[in-house]
Ligand binder design. Sequence first.
Ligand code: 5RP
Length: 262
Amino acid sequence: MSSELPPIEKAKFVAAKQATEYVESGMKVGLGTGSTAEWLVQCLGEMVREEGLRIKGVPTSKRTARLAKKVGIDVITLDEAKWLDVTIDGTDEYDSDLTLIKGGGGAHLREKIVATASDRMIVIADASKKVDTLGAFPLPVEVIPFGLPVTQSLIEETLSGLDVLGRDVTMRMQGDTPFVTDEGNFILDLHLKRIGNPRQLSLVINQIPGVVENGLFIDICDMVIVGYGDGRVTTRDITNNTANVVRFDVLDDDNIFSDVAD
Ligand code: 5RP
């Protein structure tokens, strides 16, 4: 690994590396979106190219699809896969029940569909993603462009009756224009600060016309793998109620993935 790699990237890399332990030849694998998931895609690509790993990857975004193809992973659609053995993805927040806030990268709709169509969802993260109570990270809500101001008003009205601390709703932007998802929709970010009842919030928000999907993942994630800058990795599996720690040797002169780097 390059000595230039900052501790946060080392943390993401070792979490991703450990997650590859749960991937075997013949599997159909959901590939998440974001900077942590990109390490996973790179690790799997290396295993495909150098160790003969045979997998089919279902990307959760166009961005991940591009990277997966570039590193040599055989990419198929969810329609072709029908069901997946495992999905491995990053997160913006997770709590002790492994409830997640996702969608910081704007891909939570496809990510939720793919993870739900998997036997198991594994989240990979650095330690900053663990929270006692969800909500410091703004909750992304994907909405269709038609009737956007009405949908936003209905969300704001709904929030006034819910157990949250903040109620600001902002439009996700990319420069001067609205951010557009892979499905051609917009994202509203809900600045809730503290979410008292994620299950209720998720149900109520998703009932508003114009809302496609919110970024709360409830009862979807089975395992969280957390990496640290010193090479330590902790794994917590809530399905089997197990936890363990391993440590990777972080080599300063091993320039990983340089052969497929941009
Ligand atoms: C994308 C996501 C990402 O998994 C989440 O934003 C975490 O990204 P990163 O690994 O870059 O911190 O939900 O929609």
